[in-house]
Design a protein around this ligand. Sequence first.
Ligand code: PSU
Ligand code: MN
Length: 302
Amino acid sequence: MHAFLLFSPEVAAARSAGRPIVALESTIISHGMPYPQNVQTARKVEQIIRDAGAVPATIAIMDGKICIGLSSEQLETLGTASDAIKVSRRDLAYVLSQRLLGATTVAATMICAQLAGIDVFVTGGIGGVHRGAETSFDISADLQELAQTSVAVVCAGVKSILDIGLTLEYLETHGVPVVSVGQPGFPAFFTRESGFNADFQLDSAEQQANFIRTKWQLGLNGGVVVSNPVPQQFAMPKDEIDRITEQALQEADQQGVTGKKVTPFLLARIKELTEGRSLVTNIALVEHNALVGARLAVALNA
Ligand code: PSU
Ligand code: MN
């Protein structure tokens, strides 16, 4: 076992018993949602995964260790800390070696999940190619991670703060399959349709598990995006979210927000501009992803 990994008692027991495990990221807790909804959602999502027959493993960096599975107190610490660092691939060694508090992004969570032997990871939305990337070069490290790290990522697609078409092109170039669940369309996080189709529609967990197993058996390393649309009753009106996204993007530009601050800035502004309604949608889609991810982990483990 890797020297940096520290398993919670629940996850350690699941490993010994060969039970299905689902990884969860922590940037969504520290930088993606406000307190206390962040911690409440993290706990709720873990319970949904348990109820579906798998074991949740929320991942974060604490005291020089990669924690695989967090206690209720550790979730609270992460959800209230003002000094939690957003950790992507670039930041991982720094935050570990300096023994800082780190919340892992999709990219870093994939790396840690792979080290821990976990195949399935549930989140809200992945990072992608930002609008204007042709001049800013702002492309999330999540995409490169999907290209090389063999973990299935269950998400609700990507937000329209990104250039969704270019994000899909980038994934295609790097051989990352994009699967959709229950519809042909690739979802756009707050809304069920992005205007683009996923590559392959696979509705059941068994079909998804078969597909993923086949990919990895062929030696085709790298991730798979399993995109799962937000349940209809929680989806936001498209014109409203489009308008608000435009405004948030303009403000980020005017205020000179760059680098790793861009995504958290946009997420927080969208929440403010929708007076918190986007948060309700965000929570609902993460919960739905947890169910799909748990079923996938169970099927992969069978
Ligand atoms: N998109 C969301 N919610 C999030 C994130 C993205 O809708 O919380 C977080 C995830 O942790 C993702 C990260 O991995 O932001 C991407 O950041 P960046 O664009 O800086 O790579
Ligand atoms: Mn970026």
